[in-house]
Design a protein around this ligand. Structure first.
Ligand SMILES: [Zn+2]
Ligand SMILES: [Zn+2]
Length: 399
């Protein structure tokens, strides 16, 4: 098999003032691939050092189209990742000046967000677009270079292995390594053996001081943690998994947290983020007493249900959802909120609602919400600050 993976960086950012190469007679375009990536003036791509790479050289290779931009931090982060993943990478580029090709590629593959990595398979012929995989970023995050050559069989096999890995995970093999069998607590930098946590529900808190949403979420999580511990002292613990960049920020951030932590820079931090496919922080992954994953959505469950979310199990969440539905029956259909000038309407998943970001607390929400039909302004029901006697009047008219 040819280990040829070519990545076309169709970077939107660096539109340098270069002129189109003109006056070239176009070479015959022999494949669908070439017609996707080329233009009437151009049958080549650029490599790192600026030399031209003939489109025909890509025949038979798996080609990844990398939609990215230098100005966008998530793209920059993924760049590093992508470069690391492909040590044999030969990077070639659609020339900066070829905006038409970039626009048509963006349209063709319905690129809505960057970074985006579209994988094209060799031999897909006319169906190269239909058979393209659009989730290359996710696949590389999850499986690294093992995802190559991105075929259906390969991906099914990886999914199966991934499932087996998760089915057999234990708290001890997740949190310890050859050199360390403990996590840290505040009390005199005390070491707490991971073995002593077995049997508890554990929240792995992926977070970092430099992350703004983390800065907002951590102070909310602290009192909720204390409330859960007050009722279920021996059943619950949180372990901070830090992606801070230096020990100083790690230490000052951890000093705000009443729970435990994996030491700064520990090897398990990276492997945990990979194992749980953590793509954004803050992220709260919940492990059950048996060490298996309960949910990766601990953060939004905390936002929705606070301490009541414990122990985060499917059956608990179903119960909470039905309670919310029950309570929502008695909520006024419309409300006036102190922070918005239009009337807000009660919506649910079924009638115009859906996942949203609350305009008051800026956290995620699902299910019931108060929504402004004009502006798309949306709030958690708990976040509405009612003004006047509007709500009372409305209850009366609904009752
Ligand atoms: Zn809210
Ligand atoms: Zn409005």
């Amino acid at each position: 098999m040819r280990m040829g993976v070519e990545v076309q960086d169709t970077s939107f950012a660096a539109v340098a003032g270069q002129e189109n190469v003109s006056g070239r007679s176009p070479a015959p375009i022999s494949s669908r691939l070439a017609s996707l990536l080329g233009s009437k003036d151009r049958d080549y791509l650029l490599s790192r050092d600026g030399t031209q790479v003939k489109m025909s050289d890509l025949e038979g290779k798996v080609v990844a189209l990398y939609f990215s931009a230098n100005w966008y931090p998530p793209s920059r982060n993924f760049n590093q990742f992508l470069i690391g993943a492909y040590q044999q990478l030969k990077s070639t580029n659609v020339p900066f000046s070829d905006l038409e090709t970039k626009k048509s590629l963006t349209r063709k593959f319905e690129i809505e967000a960057i970074p985006c990595l579209v994988i094209l398979h060799p031999g897909s012929g006319k169906d190269v677009e239909q058979n393209a995989l659009r989730n290359g970023v996710e696949l590389l995050h999850r499986f690294g270079v093992n995802a190559f050559p991105f075929t259906k069989q390969k991906l099914e096999q990886l999914e199966k292995e991934d499932k087996e890995k998760h089915d057999s995970q234990t708290l001890v093999n997740l949190l310890t390594n050859r050199d360390r069998d403990y996590v840290l607590s505040h009390h005199g930098a005390r070491q707490v053996p991971v073995a002593s946590l077995v049997g508890k529900t554990i929240g792995l808190y992926f977070s970092a001081q430099w992350c703004l949403p983390c800065e907002k979420f951590t102070p909310k999580l602290v009192p909720i943690y204390h409330k859960i511990k007050a009722d279920d002292e021996d059943d619950f613990e949180i372990v901070f998994v830090s992606s801070d960049r230096d020990h100083e920020s790690y230490a000052s951030y951890f000093s705000l947290m009443p729970w435990l932590a994996i030491p700064f820079g520990d090897a398990n931090i990276r492997s945990l983020a990979k194992h749980f496919d953590v793509q954004g922080i803050p992220c709260l992954v919940i492990l059950g007493p048996d060490g298996r994953t309960v949910t990766a959505k601990g953060r939004s469950l905390i936002n929705l249900y606070q301490e009541n979310a414990f122990p985060f199990t499917e059956s608990k969440v179903e119960l909470l959802e039905s309670q919310v539905d029950e309570e929502a029956r008695d909520l006024p259909r419309t409300k006036l909120h102190g922070g918005h000038r239009h009337e807000l309407n009660l919506v649910s998943q079924e009638n115009g609602g859906g996942p949203f970001i609350c305009c008051n607390c800026e956290e995620q929400g699902v299910g019931w919400a108060y929504q402004c039909l004009d502006c798309g302004y949306e709030l958690h029901p708990k976040c509405v600050r009612v003004v006047g006697d509007h709500a009372v009047r409305d209850v009366a008219s609904n009752g």
